[in-house]
Ligand binder design. Structure first.
Ligand SMILES: [Zn+2]
Length: 312
């Protein structure tokens, strides 16, 4: 049964991949989002924080913005759906409960999969929360009743304003698995966050990989967005049906660092589900072997990384 499904995935995927033209347009569309000012700008203009909640869920706070990524608040023992009747069991707890979240300006969602936007979040998240994601996820979110969704194609941008604060979110390429197979999984986007009044010379530049492998299109990211200050990399070496690798393992994570060349890297999306087959120790070993230890910040669930504005 599993082998038949695997074969169908592979064959169907390859046939569909041939029919598609994968080249993204050189520049994307620009969307805009105006958020109500709430006085938060004063408090955290200097220092920014990234708090790791678990899976790919982090809370980013900087220059008055509070951003929640890939919200996953299920607990140990709960199951998520990954499509085609496949499920996965959570092995960890989120560092905070959904009910204890601070007020959120927007959700940044790399793709619509159960371990990134789970059933609890689907039920309880306020329908008016702005959600920035892929076009495909945007359509699904609309059907769930969310009223402020931004469906982005590769290199599309969202210009966010909140009082005097500015943030540009750009959609970067991502592919959730090997060519041919990825097409049967949700479309994935990476994202680049440029904070500051001039997003072309940002005060801080952050890259979030999404569930992707390292493939040719990733090389365009550092070309368009050099000098990335911080990268949040989705690792885990996720394997579906036990064999097909659909997210980066430890070795891929180091390759991603070498391609994107961020100043600092925080690994996320590891050890949380039983389909995550590459533990954090794999990445730590590869980082050490590559001599990149000083560039990596390891956060346990609930821990926070604090950063300051970059002088350019
Ligand atoms: Zn995932």
């Amino acid at each position: 049964m599993l082998h038949a499904l695997l074969l169908a995935l592979l064959c169907g995927g390859v046939a569909k991949a041939r029919a598609q033209a994968p080249t993204p347009p050189p520049t994307g569309e620009t969307f805009s989002l105006q958020l109500p000012a709430d006085g938060a700008q004063e408090q955290d203009a200097q220092a920014g924080t990234v708090q790791f909640i678990g899976t790919a869920t982090v809370i980013i706070r900087y220059q008055g913005f509070t951003i929640l990524t890939d919200p996953n608040f299920l607990h140990k023992g709960d199951h998520v759906h990954l499509g085609y009747g496949l499920t996965s069991e959570r092995r960890t707890n989120p560092a905070i409960r959904f009910e204890d979240l601070p007020p959120i300006d927007l959700v940044l969602l790399s793709h619509f999969h159960g371990d990134h936007f789970d059933q609890l979040v689907q039920e309880r998240l306020n329908r008016a929360t702005p959600i920035v994601s892929t076009k495909e996820a945007g359509e699904r979110l609309k059907r769930l009743g969310f009223t402020r969704t931004f469906g982005m194609g590769t290199w599309d941008r969202l210009e966010v304003r909140k009082g005097a604060a500015r943030l540009r979110i750009s959609a970067a390429p991502g592919r959730h698995g090997p060519a041919g197979v990825a097409i049967l999984l949700p479309t994935v986007m990476g994202s680049v966050l440029d904070f500051g009044a001039n997003p072309d010379v940002p005060d801080y530049r952050m890259y979030i990989s999404g569930d992707t492998l390292v493939y040719d299109d990733i090389r365009a990211i550092p070309q368009r967005f050099p000098n990335i200050d911080l990268a949040l990399l989705h690792l885990g070496g996720t394997r579906i049906l036990g064999v097909l690798k659909v997210t980066m393992d430890g070795k891929d994570g180091v390759r991603m660092m070498q391609v994107v060349r961020p100043k600092k890297t925080v690994p996320i999306h590891y050890n949380d589900y039983d389909v995550f087959k590459s533990p954090l120790a794999d990445f730590a070993r590869e980082v050490k072997a590559a001599g990149l230890e000083q560039d990596v910040v390891y956060l346990a669930h609930g821990e926070t990384y604090t950063f300051g504005r970059t002088q350019r």
